[in-house]
Design a protein around this ligand. Structure first.
Ligand code: NCD
Ligand code: ZN
Length: 347
């Protein structure tokens, strides 16, 4: 196969930031993606409907001319989230989901949830109206090894919540483990999982063996090879449980290359080329449309995109090592493999 036409894909987990960074990174996603779920972990976080509306307006203003890209907004769940404000935002279609960050789990998560009992009323309301909860699924207990934090979260936090609030629709964001893939698959129609591009490519050796590689450090951190293989199997299975959420998370190199560097891989620029290569390696190019374009809208109960993109296979494609921003360069994720597929046309 040398050419592949897909319905235009969506990104179900994306960090666009704000200001100069927003202006620099938005075109990288808007080029090929129709929609994206926009993460609310700004400083300060997007916690109210008014903040979500203002952030959406800033994204629309930063969009390249003629782009039809549509941001799907989220609210950042806190222990003080106002149920009426949230319900009103959902009713008018301003928000598509709510994001749960356990306090301290990742970048800009300090205002997240410490005590799940404090958000029970909000979650009950979300279950009533069918508003999905996007979950950063890691415990923050310093006694739990960082490589175990996802599996422990599933057992000690996620599973109890789902039992307590039947009907709550949950997306397990950026799963990184076999346990995550299995739990999502077995959870019925109200449970789904996003998988990032980079977790299909790297395992923890890529971060730590032969010298530390800050550009491969993200959260949840990449795990052992057996988990990467489980994620590849899940993503390429065609199972409607799984869909693409790149978690493309730009930080300037200055902020990555520090004694305490930021977590996040920036994959917006080359994601579709990498995915096509991965799916071809798995003999599953025919499942790429489900993963990138069909399963996500189905879970979110949104229409699939009408237009298409075509990927063509040819000589290795070169991508820039970095993109420039007014705040300094952002390094583009290096998949350490030749990429032969690129988007050749859209309609
Ligand atoms: C994200 C960021 O930088 O905002 N970082 C990351 O490593 N993925 C936050 C997140 O999604 O955990
Ligand atoms: Zn993220």
């Amino acid at each position: 196969m040398t050419s592949l036409t897909l319905r235009r894909p969506d990104d179900w987990h994306l960090h666009l930031r704000d200001g100069a960074m927003l202006r620099a990174v938005l075109p990288e996603t808007a080029r090929h993606f129709a929609r994206a779920i926009i993460m609310p972990n700004l400083v300060p976080p997007v916690v109210t409907a008014a903040q979500a509306a203002e952030y959406r307006d800033r994204i629309m203003a930063a969009k390249p001319d003629n782009s039809k890209f549509q941001p799907l907004m989220t609210l950042y769940l806190t222990e003080d989230t106002d149920v009426r404000d949230l319900r009103a935002a959902a009713e008018i279609g301003l928000i598509t989901a709510v994001k749960l960050y356990p306090a301290g789990a990742t970048t800009n998560s300090a205002s997240g949830v410490k005590d799940m009992t404090k958000v029970k009323r909000v979650l009950d309301n979300m279950a009533q109206i069918g508003l999905p909860l996007c979950v950063h699924g890691e415990v923050t207990d310093p006694d739990v090894d960082i490589f175990d934090r996802e599996a422990v979260f599933i057992d000690t936090v996620l599973d109890p919540i789902r039992r307590d609030i039947p009907g709550l629709r949950v997306v397990m964001e950026h799963i990184t483990t076999r346990q995550g893939a299995d739990y999502a698959r077995d959870g019925g129609p109200d449970l789904a999982a996003t998988i990032t591009t980079h977790h299909l490519v790297i395992n923890r050796n890529h971060i730590l063996a032969g010298g530390i590689k800050p550009h491969y450090y993200c959260l949840p951190v990449a795990k052992r090879e057996e988990h990467r293989l489980a994620l590849r199997k899940a993503a390429t299975s065609g199972d409607p449980t799984y869909f693409l959420g790149t978690d493309s998370a730009p930080h300037t190199d200055a902020n990555k290359l520090l004694p305490c560097g930021c977590a996040g891989c920036f994959t917006a620029t080359n994601t579709l080329s990498i995915l096509a290569e991965v799916f071809e390696q798995e003999n599953a190019l025919n499942q790429l449309e489900k993963f990138a374009s069909l399963n996500g809208p189905t879970f979110y109960k949104l229409p699939v995109n009408e237009d298409t993109i075509t990927l063509t296979k040819g000589d290795p494609v070169a991508y820039p090592d970095q993109i420039a921003t007014e705040d300094g360069p952002v390094t583009v994720f290096d998949p350490q493999m030749l990429l032969h597929w690129q988007v050749s046309s859209s309609s």
